[in-house]
Ligand binder design. Structure first.
Ligand code: GUN
Length: 291
C-alpha cells in the first residue's frame, strides 16, 4: 500500500506556481489575485478560507479576504460580487459555501463571471467541463486528478465507483474520470443514498472516490484487493482528547481499508491540500487568460 500524499503533492504544485508567478512579475505581467468572500462565523469555513489566503501568500498571489456578516442580504452580496466582477485586478472570485439560508446559492454562483469562476461552479463552467471544453474544473475534483496524475495511476479502462453526487465533488469527478483524456477513460458508476447493495458495487471498483460526507463509511469488506481509494470526507467529529475539541474524519475506515489498497489518501493530508493547490492553479490560469 502506498499513500497518496496530498500534502506533499500540493506543496510541489504550489512551488511550481511560486516560480511561475515570480517569472510573470519579473516580466512586468500581472500578479494573480484571488478575492475570497466569507460570510458569518462557520468554524470549518473560517479554516478553509484561512488556508486559501495563506496559500495565496505562499505562491506570491495577491489575495483579498472579504468578511461579511451573517445578516447580509442577498442583494448586498450580489452588489459586492458585481464590483469584483468589474474589478480588472481581481482574477478569481470565491464565495465560501455553505451560505446562510436566506441567500440563494444558485443565484450567487450564477452572478460570478465564468471568466473569474475559479471554483468551477457556474453552470457555464460545468457545461463546458461536460463537453470537454477548456474551463475551470471545481477545485476538489481537479485536485484529485492532479494527485492521480502525480502518482501516474492508470485510469484507462478501469472501473471507478464514485460514492456521492454533489455538485462540488461527486458529480464533477464522475464526469472527469470518464472523459477521453488522462486521468480519465474510466467506466464510472455513481452511487448514492438510493443505490441498492452499494457494497457489491464498490467491490467491483478499481478506483473508489468516497465523497458522501459520512465518517468511516467505507469498510474493508467493500473494497477489492489492490483498489485505489480516494477519501474526500472531512467531517469534524467531537473529540475531547483534542485541544480544538474535534478531530477530522474521512469517509473511509482508513485503518481497516488501507492494507487492501494499492494506493489510498490519508485524512487529513490527502484530498484537502490538493483542493487548495487546484484553486491556486485555477487562479493562475484566470490571470494568464488576461495576458
Ligand atoms: N465549501 C466546501 N467546499 C467548497 C469549495 O470547494 N469551494 C467553496 N467556495 N466552498 C466550499
Amino acid at each position: 500500500m502506498q499513500l497518496l500524499d496530498g500534502k506533499l503533492v500540493a506543496q510541489a504544485v504550489k512551488e511550481q506556481l511560486k516560480v511561475k508567478t515570480a517569472d510573470r512579475v519579473s516580466q512586468n505581467k500581472k500578479r494573480p489575485h484571488l478575492a475570497a468572500i466569507l460570510i458569518g462565523n462557520n468554524g470549518a469555513s473560517e479554516t478553509y478560507v484561512a488556508s486559501k489566503v495563506k496559500s495565496c501568500e505562499e505562491v506570491g498571489f495577491t489575495s483579498t479576504l472579504i468578511r461579511l456578516e451573517e445578516s447580509i442580504t442577498e442583494n448586498e452580496l450580489i452588489f459586492k460580487l458585481n464590483e469584483l466582477n468589474e474589478d480588472f485586478d481581481v482574477d478569481g472570485i470565491l464565495v465560501q459555501l455553505p451560505l446562510p439560508r436566506h441567500i440563494s446559492e444558485q443565484k450567487v454562483i450564477e452572478t460570478i463571471f465564468p471568466t473569474k469562476d475559479v471554483d468551477g461552479f457556474h453552470p457555464e463552467s460545468v457545461g463546458r467541463m461536460v463537453q470537454g471544453l477548456p474551463t475551470y474544473f471545481p477545485a476538489t475534483p481537479y485536485g484529485i486528478l492532479l494527485l492521480l496524475e502525480h502518482y501516474k495511476i492508470e485510469t484507462k479502462g478501469k472501473h471507478a465507483v464514485v460514492i456521492g453526487r454533489s455538485n462540488i465533488v461527486g458529480r464533477p469527478i464522475s464526469i472527469l474520470l470518464n472523459r477521453n483524456d488522462y486521468p480519465g477513460n474510466c467506466t464510472v458508476t455513481v452511487c448514492h443514498s438510493h443505490t441498492p447493495d452499494l457494497a457489491a458495487v464498490c467491490l467491483q471498483a478499481d478506483i473508489i472516490v468516497a465523497a458522501l460526507g459520512k465518517p468511516l463509511f467505507l469498510k474493508a469488506d467493500m473494497v477489492k484487493e489492490g483498489a485505489v481509494v480516494v477519501d474526500v470526507g472531512i467531517t469534524r467529529v467531537e473529540d475531547p482528547s483534542k485541544k480544538s475539541g474535534f478531530s477530522i474524519k474521512g469517509d473511509v475506515d482508513f485503518d481497516a481499508v488501507a492494507p487492501k489498497c494499492s494506493y489510498i489518501t490519508p485524512v487529513p493530508g490527502g484530498v484537502g491540500p490538493m483542493t487548495i493547490a487546484a484553486l491556486m492553479m485555477n487562479t493562475f490560469k484566470a490571470c494568464e487568460a488576461k495576458d
